[in-house]
Design a protein around this ligand. Structure first.
Ligand code: HEM
Length: 140
């Protein structure tokens, strides 16, 4: 909806919803980090801890950062379109790179351990998510 000044009106509750979404997002990232750090020995690129890179990167990249990329146009609805596009694009690029590290980590871990790939519903849904993420970037 446009106001008389030509600026899009901001729904009154939006800041609260956004604050709540950030609180939830950061809580999920912190809890995943605490789970991996306190109960699963931490993260590393070599050895048994390489697997742990996967959940952390997927949560930061595809849950938190991608979620924030989607919120940019609503939160900064009165900023110049060019500015919001750059921020939106940057968040998506960060999300993509971090998620890629997470996917490479789990495949590399499976390869080093001699485990099979893509044997679970989770892994196939995960591949579908990665493909849809990529396709989404192509149609924009
Ligand atoms: C959007 C988020 C996620 C995506 C796109 C994703 C994607 C994938 C993919 C493609 C694989 C297959 C790797 C292979 O076959 O070598 C995989 C494996 C795995 N992931 Fe995720 N993952 C995500 C989040 C998570 C999270 C948060 C956890 C744990 C809390 C997790 C736990 C696992 C486990 C245990 C495996 C190995 C067993 C299996 O293949 O099912 N993933 N993931």
């Amino acid at each position: 909806m446009e106001s008389r000044a030509g600026l899009a009106a901001t729904p009154g509750a939006l800041p609260y919803y956004v604050a709540f979404s950030q609180l939830l997002g950061l809580t999920v990232v912190a809890m995943t980090g605490a789970w991996l750090g306190l109960y699963r020995g931490g993260i590393a690129w070599e050895g048994a801890l390489q697997f742990n890179v996967h959940p952390l990167c997927m949560v930061i990249g595809l849950i938190f950062l991608q979620g924030d990329a989607l919120l940019v146009y609503r939160v900064f609805r009165n900023e110049a379109k060019r500015t919001t596009k750059v921020l939106h694009g940057l968040l998506h690029v960060f999300a993509f790179i971090i998620a890629l590290v997470g996917v490479v980590a789990v495949f590399d871990y499976h390869r080093k351990k001699g485990y099979a790939d893509l044997y679970s519903l989770h892994s196939w849904c995960g591949i579908l998510v990665c493909i849809l993420f990529f396709v989404q970037g192509q149609v924009q």
